[in-house]
Write a protein that binds this ligand. Structure first.
Ligand code: HSE
Length: 299
């Protein structure tokens, strides 16, 4: 069975909602899957020449994980990937690959698993549920994990915020960025984040950029991570000075994400200058929010 799978980029945390909130963005990885004698991957766009071309590729590993989970044999396939999501950027490229592989495996095996079961496998592979939930469901998604099971809900939103992402030429793995976080947090900081997380979702629900600006602040992860990414704090401050209503580190970084009511021309330039001052070149992505999540088209 031939199919095309489309999965959107995602930004996680949105400031205070660490490992809890994800938002799908209008930037997509598209993968054509067709049965083949052996597992092979061809990549065009982001990750071309860098991603594994055989069984070690994350798409194949995810499909294999699903087959193992249900005790079935995975039929070999060729995947032709056209990738727009930059690797190791904080824009959910691994979540997209995992979701692509799980959806491909499930479809090739005649859909034994529900979307909820696919989400459980995805979150267990990724270690947190925020990116994979938004990648599957689209829009703004709040998720929790309980004993390996994910409960996730899309929050209906009223937004047409413009999104500017600045991706510096700086490598930090999610694993290292997570290792920099403290094992324990204070009650005061927990309350700081819980209250703001709820208000971030309310700001999206109402399209209230000024509330988003108040609420998109964090004391649990950004202070530690920003120290590791040269220019990132300055870029966040500069984006706000240039008219962004709210800013955050995108996922574990290194990208910085800014929300504005219109595509303010100065936001990208100001972030660029801040990162350049710290010696880093950047790429800018001007994006919209995607209400649509992952899609499978049978070809
Ligand atoms: N919630 C995860 C983290 C997202 O902040 O580590 C990683 O993209």
């Amino acid at each position: 069975m031939n199919m095309k799978i489309k999965v959107p980029a995602t930004t996680a945390n949105l400031g205070p909602g660490f490992d809890t909130i994800g938002l799908a963005l209008d930037l997509w990885n598209e993968t054509d899957i067709k049965p083949s004698n052996d597992f092979s991957i061809h990549v065009t766009g982001e990750g071309a020449g860098r991603l594994a071309r055989g069984r070690n590729n994350l798409i194949v590993r995810a499909a294999q994980k699903l087959a193992d989970h249900i005790g079935m044999t995975l039929p070999a396939f060729h995947a032709d990937c056209v990738n727009q999501i930059p690797l190791s950027s904080g824009l959910g490229s691994s979540a997209a690959a995992i979701m692509t592989g799980l959806l491909a495996g499930n479809t090739l095996l005649k859909s034994p698993l529900s979307n909820g079961e696919i989400l459980n496998l995805a979150a267990n592979m990724e270690g947190h549920a925020d990116n994979v939930s938004a990648a599957l469901m689209g829009g703004l998604v709040v998720s929790m994990m309980d004993d390996g099971k994910v409960i996730a809900r899309q929050i209906p939103t009223e937004v047409d915020f413009h999104v500017t992402v600045a991706l510096p030429d700086f490598h930090i793995s999610t694993k290292d960025a997570r290792a920099s976080l403290p094992r324990k947090v204070s009650m005061k900081n927990a309350v700081y984040n819980i209250s703001r997380t709820v208000l971030v979702t309310e700001a999206f629900r109402r399209g209230d950029l000024s509330l988003l600006g108040e609420a998109m602040r964090d004391k649990l992860h950004q202070p530690y991570r920003l120290k590791l990414i040269p220019g990132a704090q300055a870029a966040m401050d500069a984006a706000k000075d240039a008219g962004a209503g709210a800013v955050a580190l995108s996922g574990a970084g290194p990208s910085v994400i800014a929300f504005s009511s219109k595509a303010e021309a100065g936001i990208d330039e100001s972030m660029k200058r801040a990162f350049q001052k710290a010696g880093l070149a950047i790429r800018i992505f001007k994006l919209g929010i995607s209400g649509q999540g992952a899609e499978i088209q049978r070809l």
